[in-house]
Design a protein around this ligand. Structure first.
Ligand code: SF4
Ligand code: F3S
Ligand code: FES
Length: 235
């Protein structure tokens, strides 16, 4: 089939404003959007900039807007879009560095702010490891699946209106440790999330949940964190 691929192009240090380049490509419906971008960069225009690494939905580096939705370019087939007109744009809410590459700095700062690592200075009772039941492990299983693609945070209207909002990805990663029975850092994380730009900026828009390529129940995870803050009980 023949498709028309419209690609957002912008190099801030050279261009006064962004433009869209159009590439007409003969392709197979089972090709991925990432394959189309690779073709353009490899065979048509080597100056096209985009991120990718694993090409298999694991690293989270190729999240972008494809026909208006935040998706991983390596997980979307041409036939999935149901049209031969395909527009590819960078994620919203983060500064464009070049073409489809955005500055992930603010996103990663929010992630760091919730201390997304295991905190426990105690010594395990058996001197070797902290034990956990399957039920305790299941409590935070969903939020362990995050691949830090930023599709959620950059689809959130609260983040678009104020990028100081910590955002759903950071809350998901805080949730992963807050509800881990072996971790002792919940109070510190909850303090961060109870601040002006923490969880209360979430207006339950659900865009984040719709955008997540790992199908994490993000809005539910945020609600659970809010519930702990309201009740004062970690359950
Ligand atoms: Fe991506 Fe989902 Fe993690 Fe958000 S929660 S960064 S959408 S994997
Ligand atoms: Fe934003 Fe998701 Fe809340 S889209 S407003 S973080 S439910
Ligand atoms: Fe790694 Fe798409 S390139 S998730």
């Amino acid at each position: 089939m023949e498709i028309r691929l419209r690609v957002f192009r912008f190099q801030p240090e050279k261009d006064q404003r962004p433009r869209y380049d159009v590439f007409t490509i003969e392709t197979d419906p089972t090709e991925r959007i990432l394959d189309l971008l690779e073709y353009v960069r490899g065979d048509v225009d080597g100056s096209l900039a985009f991120r990718r690494s694993c090409a298999h939905g694991v690293c989270g580096s190729d999240a972008m807007r494809i026909n208006g939705r935040n998706l991983l370019a390596c997980k979307v087939l041409v036939k999935d879009l149901g049209t031969s007109e395909i527009t590819v744009e960078p994620l919203l809410g983060l500064r464009v560095i070049k073409d489809l590459i955005v500055d992930m700095g603010p996103f990663l700062e929010h992630y760091k702010s919730v201390m997304p690592y295991f905190i426990n200075d105690d010594i395990p009772a058996d001197g070797k490891e902290f034990l956990q039941s399957p039920e305790q492990r299941a409590r935070f299983d969903d939020t362990t699946k995050c691949i830090m693609c930023a599709a959620c945070t950059t689809s959130c209207p609260s983040f678009w209106s104020n990028t100081e909002y910590v955002g759903p990805a950071a809350i998901v990663n805080a949730h992963r440790f807050i509800f881990d029975s072996r971790d002792t850092g919940a109070a510190k994380r909850l303090e961060v999330l109870n601040e002006q730009f923490g969880v209360w900026r979430c207006r339950t828009a659900f865009n984040c949940t719709e955008a997540c390529p790992r199908e994490i129940k993000i809005t539910q995870a945020i609600a659970e964190v809010k519930q702990v803050l309201t009740s004062g009980k970690l359950e």
